[in-house]
Design a protein around this ligand. Structure first.
Ligand SMILES: *[C@@H]1O[C@H](CO)[C@@H](O)[C@H](O)[C@H]1NC(C)=O
Ligand SMILES: *[C@@H]1O[C@H](CO)[C@@H](O)[C@H](O)[C@H]1NC(C)=O
Ligand SMILES: *[C@@H]1O[C@H](CO)[C@@H](O)[C@H](O)[C@H]1NC(C)=O
Length: 611
């Protein structure tokens, strides 16, 4: 369970920790490897299978890391065997000394690739991961926009559009607000702003799908649309050749090949019913639970910073509502670098960006033991309780987080803070390209020495657009939005709107996944009551859909159950012990095993001075 800290911010919503292992086939069990340092039993994987070729290896500490390609037919259908084009997918394997079983790892997203297996191995297992089709620096075709589409416009124009920064067909159209996996830069209660978003995203869905890069041609001239051959179902097919991916991926895999799964942990779950509208609602509801929990918990910490800023009369809810009012009145702003009359022009914060930011901070509690002090502190700062300059700094921090072009590239545009320098909020999602960061651990493995995040917001359409059925016109989508808005507050609605916009009118057809609803799979389903990204409801449905599975619950907060999120007296330890035990011996806890929180999630004792 070593995902801790590796899960990047970027892909948190989806970073379902999926670990599936494949049952060793008896005939391979004694195969002798040329690699002397690896025990023979570990080596189904190193024994070249059809299409799997290891090309590089190196020693990292006591472990050996291998990399190579898995060459797969685009279409796995027998009818296409003479027509299908082939794809090379990056595969990586990390083998600790004495490992005796293969274990497939997928770090979620969609957006993580095979490189995420580095440093994730657990004792006794040779852990490996496959890059999903279209994803990662080595993918070809690549879902995200190519950096060569980026432009660096001159300063000093009257106004700027997204097309001033990129000409990628999958970038958001001009006038579209920045929108991410579960937020949108708008007022989620504003009908008109939401309609602009939905119209823009419907247009993006069409222009992106029309890009010629998706059209692949087979050896006899048959054309295939990559956007219909690259969803989670295809990834599960890859497993036939020896690998796997994601809670959804693991569950789809288990459905398709139930007798090949020996152990399976699905931690922080996707919903088993693949429907766009239900998915978006579930996403919104995850946030109602988490944020409501934060508000209710703060009362228990009123003697500690920063919850002591809220007395009984002035509850956090009241402060929050006042804050929303101030944002609507455009009173929460930060100065740009653009000269205006009487000082620099100022740039406003939106409710949607605040929601996205607070959600990200709540998710992190899954990986670090500091609880939810930071989201509370953010609200304290924005409410002006620590003075005007702390307030302006906080606004600037949030705008810097989102309204920034992708970082880590050599172009002059890279890392530019658009809100400061151009007076517009254009970010990674607007231009369809995630930030990249150098990773020297990849040296000697035959791959570029950098990794990419998953924030380009193209994967949501391309992967989830395939996995989930349910397409709507803009008018129908507005109806669904109004119904949701009537019942739920800003936090939930903003999250609903953000994710729904990605796929409600996705142009390519669905190839719906069957996740769960299969008897005989003894999966270990894990859920936190207050996971701000993957609703506990989803974990619960996953358990419902797998009749032979066992459910384990922790009452706590954060995305996924990870040792990193284990704060003092969290009560999580018995659940971590059950997971360790399961990987060691295969023994499952009883169904419904629950770890009780012994102390409320930390909302205080945060060094406010250093933040
Ligand atoms: C995988 O195959 C591609 C060609 O499609 C090649 O350029 C690349 O170096 C290979 N990667 C590895 C790790 O072998
Ligand atoms: C105002 O803009 C200038 C650049 O034009 C910048 O150096 C300065 O820091 C800005 N002032 C504030 C308060 O942001
Ligand atoms: C605050 O946290 C630190 C460690 O982070 C701990 O040593 C200290 O005892 C805590 N103080 C209180 C009042 O809980």
């Amino acid at each position: 369970m070593a995902l801790t800290g590796k899960c990047r911010f970027a892909c948190l919503l989806w970073s379902l920790q999926i670990l599936a292992t494949q049952q060793r086939r008896p005939e391979d069990a004694s195969s002798i490897l040329q690699e002397k340092m690896v025990r023979a039993e570990a080596c189904d994987l190193l024994h070249p299978l059809e299409g799997l070729k290891w090309t590089h290896s190196k020693k990292v500490g006591n472990n050996i890391v291998y990399s190579g390609n898995l060459t797969v037919p685009l279409s796995p259908h027998a009818e296409d065997k003479d027509d299908t084009p082939f794809l090379d997918l990056l595969v990586m394997l990390e083998v600790p000394p004495g490992a005796s079983e293969p274990r497939l790892v997928h770090c979620g997203g969609p957006g993580s690739d095979a490189t995420c297996v580095l440093g994730m191995s657990i004792q006794g297992y040779a852990s490996f991961s496959i890059s999903q089709r279209g994803i990662g620096v080595t993918a070809n075709p690549n879902f995200e926009c190519d950096p060569s589409h980026m432009k660096f416009p001159p300063k000093g124009q009257w106004n700027y559009e997204i097309s001033d920064f990129t000409d990628c067909p999958c970038a958001l159209p001009d006038g579209a607000p920045l929108v991410g996996q579960s937020f949108a830069n708008l007022d989620p209660k504003n009908d008109c702003q939401v309609e602009v978003l939905f119209r823009s995203m419907a247009l993006r869905s069409r222009t992106c799908a029309a890009d010629s890069k998706w059209m692949l041609t087979g050896p006899r001239g048959k054309k295939y649309n990559f956007l219909e051959w690259s969803g989670t179902r295809m990834l599960a097919h890859e497993n036939l050749d020896g690998a796997s991916y994601g809670t959804a991926v693991a569950a789809v895999y288990a459905n398709m090949f139930p007798d090949r799964v020996a152990k399976m942990v699905i931690n922080g779950n996707m919903p088993p019913v693949p429907n766009t509208l239900e998915f978006a609602k579930g996403q919104g509801m995850a946030l109602t639970q988490a944020f409501g929990h934060l508000e209710r918990m703060c009362v228990k910490w009123t003697s500690t910073r920063p919850c002591d800023y809220f007395s009984n009369e002035m509850s956090l809810t009241k402060a929050w509502n006042a804050l929303i009012g101030e944002i609507r009145a455009e009173r929460l702003t930060a100065p740009t670098n653009l000269p205006g009359l009487g000082g620099n022009v100022s740039f406003p914060l939106s409710i949607g960006l605040l929601q996205g930011y607070v959600q990200e901070l709540m998710i992190i509690a899954g990986f670090v033991p500091t609880g939810w002090a930071k989201p509370v502190l953010t609200l304290v700062n924005l409410a002006g309780m620590r003075g005007q300059s702390a307030r302006v700094d906080q606004v600037a921090k949030i705008l810097d987080r989102y309204c920034t072009l992708p970082t880590g590239y050599s172009g002059e545009w890279s890392g530019v803070k658009t809100w400061r320098d151009y007076g517009v909020c254009i970010g990674q999602q607007s231009v369809g390209l995630s930030s990249s960061e150098p990773d020297w651990r990849l040296e000697g493995l035959g791959v570029p020495l950098r990794r990419k995040g998953g924030d380009g917001f193209v994967n949501e359409g391309t992967v989830l657009g395939q996995d989930l059925f349910g397409r709507f016109t803009v008018a129908q989508a507005m109806g669904a939005y109004r119904a949701f808005r009537a019942e739920w507050e800003e936090m939930a609605t903003s999250s609903f709107v953000g994710i729904f916009s990605a796929f409600f009118s996705w142009d390519a057809e669905a190839i719906p996944v069957q996740t769960g609803f299969r008897a005989g799979v003894r999966a270990f389903v894990v859920g936190n009551l207050y996971d701000p990204a993957c609703s506990y409801t989803w974990s619960n449905h996953m358990r419902e859909s797998l009749p032979n599975a066992v459910m384990m619950t922790w009452q706590g907060v954060g995305h996924c159950l990870m040792p990193g999120g284990n704060y003092q007296d969290s009560g999580m330890q018995p659940c971590l012990n059950r997971l360790d035990e399961y990987w060691k011996t295969g023994e499952l806890p009883f169904d419904g095993f629950t770890c009780r929180t012994e102390a409320p999630v930390p909302l205080g004792n945060w060094s406010t001075e250093t933040d």
